[in-house]
Design a protein around this ligand. Structure first.
Ligand code: GLN
Length: 190
């Protein structure tokens, strides 16, 4: 399986490194041809408004949306969670997303004083040290969405079919549990 990491802005290099540490071939995706060559996609942390603008500029927006709808496994961390969400609260005016994940996210949800913090939480039953940087949380979930982690009484890791999203950044820590979950539980057999 070849992993693609959307490399328009944000911490894509860390996701490439985390994927390689899990034993997978990983490549940066900036063009439609590169998207066509991968079996799964990671949307990194960064700035969701910038990533969407660049995706439109590089003609990737519709292609990524189509891949999501067709069932490509996609994992988004932080800004990547916002990019996968069907509905965004506190976005910029008219903020678009690729969508596909039946959730409402609140951008920069944890507030100004604590807009960056670290916390131990449970991800799918195992303990994990999580880094949050101006992170969103999930405010509402659709019936098909599974909650894998909670912080401040809000879901911060969710899965719906082929899609996985976390408010936090496992690519910035040595713990590869979230990436392993994505590869082993969602990408398996592809
Ligand atoms: N607040 C950023 C956004 O709205 C996300 C922050 C992050 O990815 N660390 O895109």
């Amino acid at each position: 399986m070849k992993v693609g990491v959307l490399a328009l802005q944000g911490d894509f290099r860390e996701h490439v490194a985390a994927s390689q540490s899990c034993g997978y071939e990983a490549t940066e995706v900036r063009r439609v041809e590169e998207l066509e060559s991968v079996d799964s996609l990671i949307l990194p942390g960064g700035e969701s408004t910038t990533i969407i603008k660049l995706a439109e500029h590089f003609n990737l927006f519709a292609s990524i949306q189509k891949k999501i709808r067709e069932g490509m496994p996609v994992y988004g961390s932080c800004a990547g969670m916002i990019l996968l969400a069907d509905r965004i609260i506190d976005g910029i005016e008219g903020q678009k997303s690729f969508g596909g994940l039946d959730v409402t996210v609140r951008r920069n949800a944890f507030g100004r004083q604590v807009d960056s913090f670290e916390s131990d939480l449970t991800f799918n039953g195992t303990l994990l040290h999580a880094v949050f940087i101006r992170a969103p949380w999930v405010e509402e979930i659709g019936a098909d969405v599974e909650v894998l982690s909670t912080a401040a009484e809000h879901p911060v890791a969710v899965r719906q079919g082929n899609l996985l999203a976390t408010s936090f950044h496992p690519e910035l820590t040595a713990d590869l549990a979230v990436h392993r979950y994505f590869f082993e539980e969602i990408c398996t057999g592809r």
